[in-house]
Design a protein around this ligand. Structure first.
Ligand code: AHR
Length: 489
């Protein structure tokens, strides 16, 4: 029998709710036809799709990154503010499109406020300059009588938007980026942009683009950023996208080991540089683009199908494994943004008449709704499997959290077995189960099961109330499932 041991006093640290962040880019049908569709019977008075708003609200995203992504490296924010009929349409190079600019800063912030989420803006460090970047901070956050603050007021926003999170550039390490930068070029750009942006608003939190998928000199980039701007770094951003490229389920399920390796490596680089530079305040990791993405790729727009990836159950298991890793690394990962939210590599999929929830929506909602305040250091052992380069990987992938009052314990378990129900003894040290257990299970008929407009619930969540008393409890985890058990202690 498998065994999970939990001691509520073995705490890793507090969890930042910002690990449940999202990312919205001007790309395909994400903004237009996803978030924003004026004239649609489903749109509210702002032109926002209300069915989409209601679905996103269920994900409880505390922060949303915008407007890109690759898009931002050619973006001019001024095009997207003011009267819509005067906004210029531009050729958009990153995704080869025409950008109408009918949705911009003010619409995005209004959408975020309707959701109860913090906006996180990324400035253009591709073909944009530092004046444009600091002007954007002033437009958004200044309460003075300056021309830019008055421009915001004239656009209908008297109070400052108070945008707290600002990224400087996107994937600057990639040749596919407009305005690619060498490690030296970016470190210098970062320092100068960050300096003037902070001079405009000293309260903002800054995110540096450190590495895309751990390629292109990530350690050197981290080192140069610390050496150039040790006091201007709040987060280092890393991106990754994963997929079952070889249609090998076991190999796909070993991604937990890859997440561990990746996060530990970046934690190590940050720790080494903080030590070397004498930086006492923490510098966090923002995994500010992550998801499964591999099918809807290609070089032309048609091949890419505008990145409208369709997800199955095995992808949902991988999304859950991401959250287990972020919870286990809660001391360093203080922000993570699933890329993206609607239609484009996304948990929500729309057409003109409505939407359906993709498989990956369900683990996201499960974790965001049940995650406690503090991560616990769980011990678990039992069945193992081999896949790809790994052997002896535990079949269950586990994380646990507790609320600040120490009364609610949430246990998250991904059973990566294709066929086996895994009976598991869950034992508590120095605490007892008080009775109620809410069990929620994400599962479907088989690992390739997808949701669609025709069959929206092939992969869904089942909720059951059960009981647990004393300090031991046995639960049978279904094959290829994600389970959240929420115990009263
Ligand atoms: O999310 C899609 C794209 O993936 C983003 O624009 C880019 O940052 C990344 O390569």
């Amino acid at each position: 029998m498998n065994h999970i041991k939990i001691d509520p006093e073995r705490q890793i640290g507090s969890i930042s709710r910002k690990i449940f962040g999202g990312f919205a880019e001007h790309l395909g049908r994400h903004i237009y036809g996803g978030i924003y569709e004026p004239g649609s019977p489903l749109a509210d008075e702002n032109g926002f799709r209300s069915d989409v708003l209601a679905a996103v609200r269920r994900l409880k995203m505390p922060v949303v990154r915008y407007p890109g992504g690759n898009f931002v490296s050619g973006y001019r924010w001024r095009d997207g503010v003011g009267p819509k009929e005067q906004r210029p349409a531009r050729v958009e190079l990153a995704w080869q499109d025409i950008e109408s600019n009918h949705f911009g800063t003010d619409e995005f912030v209004t959408w975020c406020r309707a959701l109860g989420t913090e906006p996180y803006l990324v400035v253009n460090a591709g073909d944009g300059d530092m004046r444009e970047a600091r002007d954007w901070v002033e437009y958004c956050n200044s309460a003075t009588d300056s021309a830019l603050a008055n421009m915001r007021r004239a656009n209908g926003f008297d109070a400052p938007h108070n945008v707290k999170y600002w990224g400087i550039g996107n994937e600057v390490d990639g040749q596919w980026q407009i305005g690619y930068k060498t490690p030296e070029e970016y470190a210098r750009t970062y320092k100068e942009f960050a300096k003037v942006m902070r001079w405009v608003d000293p309260s903002i939190r800054l995110i540096a683009s450190a590495t895309t998928d751990w390629r292109y000199q990530p350690v050197e980039r981290t080192q140069l950023l610390f050496e150039g701007a040790p006091d201007l770094l709040d987060y280092l951003a890393i991106h990754w996208y994963v997929g079952n490229h070889e249609d090998d389920f076991a190999q796909y399920m070993t991604l937990s080991e890859f997440f561990e390796a990746r996060l530990s490596a970046l934690e190590g680089a940050i720790a080494a540089m903080r030590h070397e530079m004498g930086v006492e305040r923490p510098v966090h990791i923002a995994v500010d683009e992550w998801n499964v993405w591999y099918r809807a790729r290609g070089n032309t727009r048609e091949e890419r199908d505008n990145l409208e990836e369709r997800y199955n159950l095995e992808d949902a298991l991988v999304v859950a494994m991401h959250f287990n890793a972020f919870i286990r690394h809660c001391r360093s990962v203080r922000m993570a943004n699933i890329a993206q939210i609607v239609n484009v590599i996304a948990p929500i999929f729309t057409d003109e008449e409505g939407l359906f929830l993709q498989t990956i929506f369900h683990p996201f909602e499960l974790y965001a709704s049940n995650c406690g305040d503090i991560a616990l250091d769980v011990f678990w052992k039992g069945d193992t499997f081999s896949g790809g380069d790994y052997s002896g990987v535990r079949t269950l992938d586990v994380s646990a959290t507790i609320d600040a009052a120490g009364k609610k314990l949430s246990l998250f378990v991904v059973n990566r077995s294709l066929t086996e129900t895994l009976e598991t003894r869950i034992s508590l040290s120095d605490a007892t189960f008080a009775g109620n257990v809410a069990a929620s299970v994400v599962n479907g008929p088989d690992i390739k099961a997808e949701n669609s407009f025709e069959a929206p619930n092939r992969v869904t969540v089942t909720n059951v109330a059960i009981m647990a008393k004393g300090s031991e409890f046995v639960y049978a985890f279904e094959p290829h499932s994600v389970t959240a058990l929420v115990f009263d202690l």
